[in-house]
Design a protein around this ligand. Sequence first.
Ligand code: UDX
Length: 432
Amino acid sequence: MNLAVVGTGYVGLVSGTCFAEMGNQVVCVDNLEEKVERLNRSEIPIYEPGLKELVRKNKEAGHLCFTTDIGQAVRQSDVILIAVGTPETETGAADLSYVYAVAEEIGAELDETYKVIVNKSTVPVGTAEAVERIIQKRQPSASVDVCSVPEFLREGSAVKDTFHPDRVVIGGSSQKATEILTELHQPLTDKLVVTDTRSSEMTKYASNAFLATKISFINEIANICDIYDADVNAVAEGMGLDHRIGPKFLNAGIGYGGSCFPKDVKALKYLAEEKEYHPNLLQAVNDVNEQQNRKMVDHLLRIFDEEVQGLTVAILGLAFKPNTDDIREAPALKIIQELADRGVHIRAFDPVATENAKQMITADITYTETAVDAINGADAAFLVTEWDECKSLTSTQFKDHLKRPVVIDGRNALDVKSLKADGIIYHGIGRK
Ligand code: UDX
């Protein structure tokens, strides 16, 4: 099939590249000229395992190209995917201005040839209908169906997730469009959920909100474990073996971050409140998450009897999770700010996110090249992101390099028994 993908952010770039790899002819559009030039040289703006090789391969094979010319892309394609950002606004609502601007641009380029337009961006319920209205207003003779096929990929495993999805949800607005989209996605999975556009849009928000709920739930349990001297990792293991619960997304820690969960929980809450329904559960999920990233500093204050000014803390990991350079809504940002406000010196290490961090963080930080270098001379180590290099630090390394062997594990990723046996002053989140 001939596809156009508008927006070369995470979702657009990964899905466009993967559709090319599946044998489709794909043109990716972005309005940033410099970004398009770089992509045409196979320079990838994000850190995502396997993506660079796939972009290069498909560009060389002639299945994939990048352009700023949306008109040409629209004219030569049967299916046009909208994959632009829907950032959070001050109220918590999703900002749809980029989606609507693209709808206008597509409308301006259409003639009477039939096209399927697909919303891949995470959008509020009713957006496919709104996009169709914009296009029809701009071009009354246009022959389009606007559908919803939400994206469920995770950063750090985006290529793998795209080729091996648990399911594909197709919100079709007509029989014809549904058939075309079924044909496009069939090679990926036999688990296709075909529904209407509104239910499809809701499925994306509900899935992210449910995963966020699982995390906030186990974090709440961790906080209660802390009070009663129980170990949340053991509790999660015991819970997760129940098939109805499942073991995934039960890792307690300093809360969820990234470009999706925080934004999408708030956007869904806003959608409900807009219609005067108050979603108490979503409010609680968000509240627990916002409190959670204070836990590490709370431990530090307790250990040092509130006297933390002038101490040096090693921050191990800056990205919101391992295998990505993304620091959007990363717990590290708030933790660093809180420490800096209390007069704590910071040495920070991250294998790939340091450059992004430098652009976002104003506090004075010493960035190091290795995890060992970060803990060198520090009074305490904070494991913030569970990168292999950070979680493989040993008791000997902590004891040799830290001034005091204080390790605060925000991801419950270290072996509590062996660290304690080796004399490390260890604190996790809800660990005995
Ligand atoms: C998420 C969804 O998983 C994906 O389906 C959607 O398309 C986009 O949002 P992503 O943000 O890339 O993907 O990361 P994910 O691996 O889901 O982790 C999100 C956050 O939750 C991270 O900050 C992670 O550290 C945290 N998390 C995850 C926990 O704190 N505990 C867990 O058990 C799992």
